[in-house]
Write a protein that binds this ligand. Structure first.
Ligand SMILES: Nc1ncnc2c1ncn2[C@@H]1O[C@H](COP(=O)(O)OP(=O)(O)OP(=O)(O)O)[C@@H](O)[C@H]1O
Ligand SMILES: [Mg+2]
Length: 318
């Protein structure tokens, strides 16, 4: 692939993905912006339904965005027709899925699984055989290469799957919870292998995980919730927050501006860290409720409940 002169390898600009189910729309991604440099490894973490797989599917050309701009290397993914997209998937992208069974054809040996994508890409048999053996050796599967998936452990199957993903020398490896179905020991081995292959083959890697231990292998972590990416506001080394012994934390100005108007700050401990969320003041609830009473929009006991809650919280001095 041509060099990209300092341009990001992945450029995702205001990407929206909506699915239509029956009569209604589900917006899985609400304007995603991010870039990745060639050779980078990035982890995406976020709760179930956040849109992680949707994003990977778009990058892998399995699906197309509803709106926005999306380029990977020299490919503008919104410009490719069906057959060009299929070719892009075959040659530019390697996939590894969480469901071990989805990665390999069950009735073929590990070796045959690795040669298959090369057959589809019209690679000559001599080269196919050489490359498949090299890859299976790289993932530590030489002695198991003639076994079919049911004869392999979960970890061995994922290692074979990685070899399959790399068969056509893709630039980008997309891994959707590659260690999600593995025990801890196999998971660590698979992650160490992915990190190793990244160096060896100069791969760019985007990986979804629920496990912060696995995310630690990446250069950086993106958080995704409700179809939107979290924004890292602490890139400036001067502005790094420091936690003091008494629990006080000084936040950089960019972060403060998101919180200072809030009357209360909710603190939520999440697998990916600690979330500080601005919350509306009880007084504001009361004010809104009063406004509704005046305009007659919230009839009956709803009015009472709002009012009482406001008074009690005010009294508690929170
Ligand atoms: N093919 C589809 N058709 C309709 N809705 C879909 C489709 N794929 C995903 N969605 C919806 O889009 C949202 C995001 O789904 P997605 O699978 O991307 O989440 P995820 O972050 O990968 O979740 P998980 O951690 O459970 O795998 C969800 O509300 C989901 O129901
Ligand atoms: Mg998913």
């Amino acid at each position: 692939m041509a060099s990209n002169n300092g341009k990001p390898y992945i450029n995702c600009k205001n990407v929206v993905k909506a699915y239509t189910v029956d009569d209604h729309e589900i917006v899985a991604l609400r304007g995603i912006d991010f870039t990745m440099q060639r050779g980078e490894m990035v982890a995406i973490v976020g709760p179930s339904g956040a849109g992680k797989s949707s994003l990977l599917n778009l990058l892998g050309g399995l699906d197309t965005p509803t709106a926005g701009r999306l380029t990977v290397g020299d490919f503008n993914l919104l410009d490719l027709n069906k057959s060009k997209l299929a070719d892009y998937r075959l040659r530019q992208i390697g996939f590894v899925w969480q469901q071990v069974g989805r990665n390999l054809l069950q009735h073929r040996s590990a070796l045959q699984n690795v040669t298959l994508p090369m057959m589809l890409a019209d690679v000559g048999w001599r080269q196919r055989a050489r490359r498949a053996r090299e890859l299976l050796e790289a993932v530590g599967m030489t002695e198991h290469m003639h076994k079919r998936p049911p004869q392999l452990s979960g970890g061995q199957q994922q290692r074979a799957a990685i070899a399959v993903a790399l068969a056509n020398r893709p630039g980008l490896l997309l891994a959707d919870e590659p260690t999600g179905a593995l025990d801890q020991k196999s998971a660590v081995q698979v992650m160490a292998l992915i990190a190793d292959l990244r160096e060896r083959y100069g791969l760019t890697i985007l990986m979804v995980t629920h496990d912060m231990g696995m995310a630690a292998y990446a250069d950086r972590t993106l958080t995704l919730r409700d179809g939107a990416l979290g924004q890292d506001l602490t890139q400036d080394a001067q502005a790094m927050p420091v936690l003091e012994a008494d629990g006080r934390i000084q936040l950089p100005a960019a972060v403060r501006s998101h919180l200072e108007k809030a009357a209360r700050i909710a603190v939520e401990v999440r697998p990916e860290g600690v979330l500080l969320r601005p919350e509306q003041a009880a007084e504001e609830h009361t004010e809104a409720a009063l406004q509704n009473i005046l305009t007659g929009e919230r009839p009956g006991n709803g009015r009472r409940r709002w009012f009482r809650r406001g008074v009690r919280q005010k009294g508690s001095g929170a």
